[in-house]
Design a binder for this molecule. Structure first.
Ligand code: F6P
Length: 323
């Protein structure tokens, strides 16, 4: 393998730049050429390529976002779009591709690789942590630290006014961000798609908190919770008990920005090296991840379909410590 391409796709995540840097430098280290593809799969279809050198990725290790830009590309869902992408790669003399992203990115990569026979290796880049094959995804650690910093501030004002706050965090179909940050901030309750807490359960938990003289309470709500978002849940709690003075904060895209944590920089660096070396060894259709501190390759199909499950022990811990 002499020339590879790298792209970032889907929602950006802190640490994507560190991963791009590691891919570029590892390729150059092994005497390979590297091309950056802009705007994710859209750039593959449009041939939006640019040669990257060792210095093209200088000083990006600590920068949030992605220098290659990112997008969710509708055209890549179609066989026609994937065919055009393949033609562009072949014409540019590229023989391997590293994709950095989440579920949607790997679904596209899997189809593309199988239809064209092109070699593709993935890196898990999403704040949601909802992939199997890696204990943590690139960006998750930074995102939970951002949430903790924000919720600590909310706690100050919540406590000053004896208020009940509902804080909505990201995680489209998963509650990893909510659960970890809930434990770390001493939330009275955590609502996630996996935990299945009903409004009645929540009302009972809040009542118990009042009885034990809690002066402020914070409920962390994962955006994908089936009871609704923070606004809807707050409304339903109020309908059952209107004695609370409630406030709502939706943290939103704040969680996706910022300089990556040390953990994410190291994870992205390790995985960037692993992805290039995996391509060189002839691997394809796999995601590189870290499991129990070891690099492991997981087929795309498994990475996206066996969604890693929420840690039941953490659920138990969150409940015990919120009394
Ligand atoms: O997948 C990452 C994520 O941040 C989710 O947590 C969130 O639901 C989604 O992306 C938001 O996507 P967009 O930035 O396209 O609105």
């Amino acid at each position: 393998m002499k020339k590879i391409a790298v792209l970032t796709s889907g929602g950006d995540a802190p640490g994507m730049n560190a991963a791009i840097r590691a891919v570029v430098r590892t390729a150059v280290f092994h005497d390979m050429e590297v091309v950056g593809v802009f705007q994710g799969y859209q750039g593959l279809i449009d041939g939006d390529f640019k040669r990257l050198h060792v210095r093209s990725v200088a000083k990006i290790l600590g920068r949030g976002g992605t220098i290659l830009k990112s997008a969710r590309c509708q055209d890549f869902h179609e066989a026609e779009g994937r065919k055009r992408a393949h033609v562009n790669l072949v014409e540019a003399g590229i023989d391997g591709l590293v994709v950095i992203g989440g579920n949607g990115t790997f679904t596209g990569a899997m189809k593309f690789g199988r239809e064209t026979g092109f070699s593709v290796v993935g890196l898990p880049g999403t704040i949601d942590n909802d992939l199997s094959g890696s204990d943590s995804t690139i960006g998750f650690d930074t995102a939970i630290n951002t949430v903790v910093e924000a919720v600590d501030k909310i706690r100050d004002t919540a406590d000053s006014h004896n208020r009940l706050f509902f804080v909505e965090v990201m995680g489209r179909d998963s509650g990893f961000i909510a659960l970890k940050s809930g434990i770390a901030t001493g939330a009275v309750a955590v609502m996630t798609p996996e935990m299945g807490m009903s409004i009645d359960d929540l009302v009972a938990v809040l009542a118990a908190g009042e009885q034990s003289n809690k002066t402020s309470s914070i409920v962390i709500v994962a955006e994908g919770d089936p009871n609704g978002g923070a606004y809807e849940i707050a409304k339903r709690v109020q309908a059952k008990n209107d004695t609370y003075e409630t406030r709502i904060t939706v943290l939103g895209h704040l969680q996706r920005g910022g300089s990556p944590s040390c953990f994410d920089r190291v994870l992205a660096s390790r995985l960037g090296v692993a992805a290039v070396e995996a391509l060189r060894q002839g691997h394809t259709d796999v995601m590189a991840g870290v499991i129990n501190d070891r690099i492991e390759l997981t087929p795309f199909q498994m990475a996206i379909s066996n969604k890693s499950t929420i840690n039941e022990d953490e659920v138990r811990i969150a409940r015990i410590l919120s009394i």
